[in-house]
Write a protein that binds this ligand. Structure first.
Ligand code: AMP
Ligand code: MN
Ligand code: MN
Ligand code: MN
Length: 279
């Protein structure tokens, strides 16, 4: 099958999305997606339900995950696709990563208490359907609910980004870890939303050199947070590195995403789509 509309990046309530996996599946299918991957942050818990719902909706499905890493101090996300979800190396390692998230979340709560806003860790937990996967998005939603800011981007801007009072440094996985876990489990590693990282052009090239050397094969070229200029720029880099190109909305929920499932431009035609590596 040659998919007309593949979407390989989105979230459910298993991480910081707003819909259960089966509802994300139905929405993707209703939007015309014909090849889909669920890519929750650091957790594989939604994949079985997502696959079943995708099959019921007549949509092809691939396993996915979005792994939180840090490269030379920069937080970066690596999407894994088409792996064996039962492989213990991947699932055990993600377990460890989630334990680190809980510890980070507690420190975020302490940092907010220090500026006179107590109880945000406990409050954020109430917004996390999966208590083992707590994200800054849950903090932001809770903080909007108690009137600290008008909307989620406002909370990020004033409290949850580097230099702001609720932001704490954290040791994520390394680039080598994430690529190693994904490829050991039989999957393909893809750089998520490269246009979002605060990096110079030289650092981006050094990062992509490392990514390729370590076995990474894909680059998100078309995605929810990329401008048309970003798409052209990362298409050029995909050609330069001979990476396969991915396309993903990064949909989190109807109220919180700029781009809905499957509703984004096609990849530039000359690029090799990443699904060719896993189907
Ligand atoms: P975390 O993985 O816990 O650091 O949280 C990162 C998540 O927060 C991302 O996956 C997005 O869902 C969300 N996020 C990050 N930055 C922003 C922002 N500026 N505005 C809204 N949501 C954001
Ligand atoms: Mn997210
Ligand atoms: Mn991301
Ligand atoms: Mn994402």
């Amino acid at each position: 099958m040659t998919p007309a509309n593949f979407d390989f990046h989105c979230h459910s309530v298993v991480s910081d999305g707003l819909l259960p996996p089966q509802d994300v599946a139905r929405r993707a299918a209703a939007n015309g997606v014909d090849l889909w991957a669920l890519t929750d942050h650091d957790d594989l818990g939604g994949l079985a339900v997502a696959r079943q719902a995708a099959e019921e909706a007549g949509m092809a499905f691939e396993n996915g995950v979005e792994i939180s890493i840090e490269w030379q101090g920069v937080p970066i996300h690596i999407v894994g696709l088409g792996f064996d979800a039962a492989h213990p190396v991947l699932s055990d390692s993600l377990n460890e990563l989630r334990i680190g998230r809980i510890e980070r979340a507690k420190r975020m709560g302490e940092a907010m208490a220090a500026i006179g806003i107590p109880g945000v860790y406990e409050g954020a937990l109430c917004f996390a359907t999966n208590p083992s996967l707590i994200s800054r998005a849950h903090f932001a939603r809770y903080m909007v609910s108690i009137g600290i800011a008008r909307d989620v981007p406002g909370v990020f801007q004033h409290y949850l980004t580097p230099g702001k009072p609720g932001y704490v440094d954290h040791r994520w996985a390394t680039l080598a870890d994430a690529i190693g876990w994904i490829t050991t489990a039989g999957g393909v590693a893809v750089v998520a939303h490269p246009g979002r990282y605060k990096m110079s052009g030289g650092d981006m090239r050094r990062f992509l050199d490392d990514f390729k050397d370590l076995g990474g094969q894909g680059l998100e070229v078309t995605c929810g947070s990329h401008s048309p200029d970003n798409v052209m720029h990362f298409a050029r880099l995909a050609r330069h590195y001979a990476f396969h190109a991915s396309r993903g909305s990064d949909f989190h929920g109807p109220e919180e995403s700029y781009v809905d499932l499957g509703k984004l431009p096609q990849l530039p035609e000359d690029l090799k789509p990443v699904w060719r590596l896993i189907r």
